[in-house]
Ligand binder design. Structure first.
Ligand code: CMC
Length: 430
């Protein structure tokens, strides 16, 4: 915090309004506009383009420099030297674990990977062709009906258990939502495997044969989870915070986050990238689609390009691109036609004036879609995988809010509807 102040002079008000300015450890200062209501005025900022809704110590992004830090550690270092569960520990507790803390954390997650047997019956209520994100919204919210012993949000112990349950059960539920669509039996988790291996085992294994998981693919999967683990106050995390601010239980809040993530402007983009590549269909048609993306009268956008915050490059995309190259080489897919379209599209967009001027770079979803497709994950599961990775970020933010002081989130509005008018009886209406 600082002693700096902003002064706002308002037409019609004799006295200027003094607003306190706060400084964080990194990033721009913020002006506290909370006092404006006393002057009968609100601020207006659709899309929260320049509004900080909370104070947080978890993740920092500098979009102009392409910096992403979790608890101060650069994402590139975490991606190279850490793993997903260690990053979960870091996000939740603020420090990297020592050896004993890491072992305990990993073994506790492993102990929570199974879901209640009755949850299996929930799946039968869905059509076989249900989108797995629709299933996830339902079954994750339904966890609140199974774990009454971890719903007291004022109890730190309850919050801890809920966190472990969510992180551990998300891959199990995600894989079940896929198995249900194929008609294959659900696979129980195998706790001798690491987090990413276990997910691939539950996705692609079957009870008749031992699973054979490539270390290159499980490493890529782990990186995908790690690179999606948190991204400060994005739409889904803000949704989780807003839902949590009413005192809702953590399972309900995470279900709300999953719903917000589903949209194509957010987590749904990785699925939309693949659909777009399929629609383009051939390298010869790329120019046509690039022209459409640039046409103001055409709503089409190049999926996987652009970001609200990153205006230089997306540091997650850089790491993800490395993994994409590794995976494609491992699988001998360097000549896949869809991947050829992706590579050409990336090349064109990086050199095209429109994309350069508007600072539209490939984002994390552009490359994650390519890796997931190469691994053999069906397109409809892409956003589910984003949700699995992001669960820890949602919980870390929810927990940070609940364990500090907070008020129910309640945005205001600029009302432009009718002024007050009298009710018209039905027989008098035209
Ligand atoms: N293709 C073509 N033009 C674009 C694109 C795109 N992908 N993205 C933005 N623009 C243009 C847009 O038309 C606008 O032009 P103008 O100034 O002439 O009106 C300008 O760039 C700014 O766009 P905006 O919509 O005001 O920017 P935003 O910050 O509100 O939106 C975004 C950010 C990510 C929603 C947007 O870039 C987009 O729709 N990208 C495609 C979807 C996507 O890949 N989303 C994943 C984001 S990364 C994962 C995550 O965090 O969830």
């Amino acid at each position: 915090m600082s002693d700096k102040k902003a002064t706002l002079s308002i037409d019609g008000l004799a006295e200027a309004v003094e607003l306190p300015i706060y400084s964080g450890t990194l990033g721009p200062d913020v002006v506290d506009v909370g006092g404006l209501t006393a002057r009968g005025m609100f601020t207006y900022d659709p899309g929260f383009v320049s509004t900080a809704a909370c104070e947080s110590q978890i993740t920092f992004i500098d979009g102009n420099k392409g910096v992403l830090l979790h608890r101060g550690y650069p994402i590139e270092q975490l991606a190279d030297e850490s793993d997903y569960l260690e990053t979960c520990y870091l996000l939740l507790y603020g420090e990297l674990p020592n050896k004993a803390q890491k072992e305990k954390f990993v073994s506790t997650v492993h102990r929570h990977t199974m879901v209640h047997e009755q949850i299996r019956t929930f799946f039968n209520g869905f059509r076989r062709d249900a989108h797995p994100m629709a299933i996830m919204c339902g079954v994750v919210g339904a966890l609140s009906a199974f774990y009454h012993d971890s719903l007291d949000i004022s109890d730190e112990q309850h919050r801890q258990v809920a966190a472990f349950r969510l992180i551990a059960k998300m891959p199990t539920l995600a894989a079940m939502s896929y198995k249900f669509s194929t008609g294959q039996p659900f696979m129980y988790p195998d706790n001798s495997l690491n987090y990413a291996e276990n997910f691939l085992h539950m996705m692609f294994g079957n009870p008749c044969e031992p699973s054979n998981i490539s270390p290159v693919l499980s490493r890529a999967m782990d990186r995908i989870f790690l690179l999606h683990a948190d991204h400060e106050q994005n739409a889904s995390t803000s949704t989780v915070r807003l839902a949590g601010s009413s005192g809702a239980n953590p399972f309900a809040c995470i279900a709300a986050g999953i719903a917000a993530l589903w949209g194509p402007s957010h987590g749904g983009a990785n699925e939309a990238v693949l659909e777009m590549l399929e629609e383009i269909g051939d390298v010869s048609r790329i120019d046509e689609f690039v022209a459409r993306a640039k046409d103001k009268d055409d709503p089409f956008r190049l999926m996987g390009f652009g970001h609200r915050v990153y205006k230089n490059f997306d540091p997650r995309a850089k790491v993800m691109k490395e993994s994409a190259d590794e995976v494609l080489a491992e699988l001998g897919l360097e000549n896949d036609p869809l991947l050829a379209i992706a590579k050409r599209l990336e090349e064109i967009a990086l050199h095209d004036d429109y994309f350069i001027e508007k600072k539209l770079y490939p984002n994390v979803d552009f490359y994650s879609g390519i890796i997931l497709k190469a691994i053999g994950i069906p397109t409809s599961m892409f956003t589910v995988i984003f949700a699995v990775g992001r669960t820890v970020g949602w919980i870390a933010h929810w927990n940070e809010m609940i364990s500090g002081s907070y008020r129910i989130g309640r945005p205001r509005q600029l009302y432009t509807g009718h002024v007050m008018r009298d009710y018209v009886p039905l027989q008098e209406r035209k």
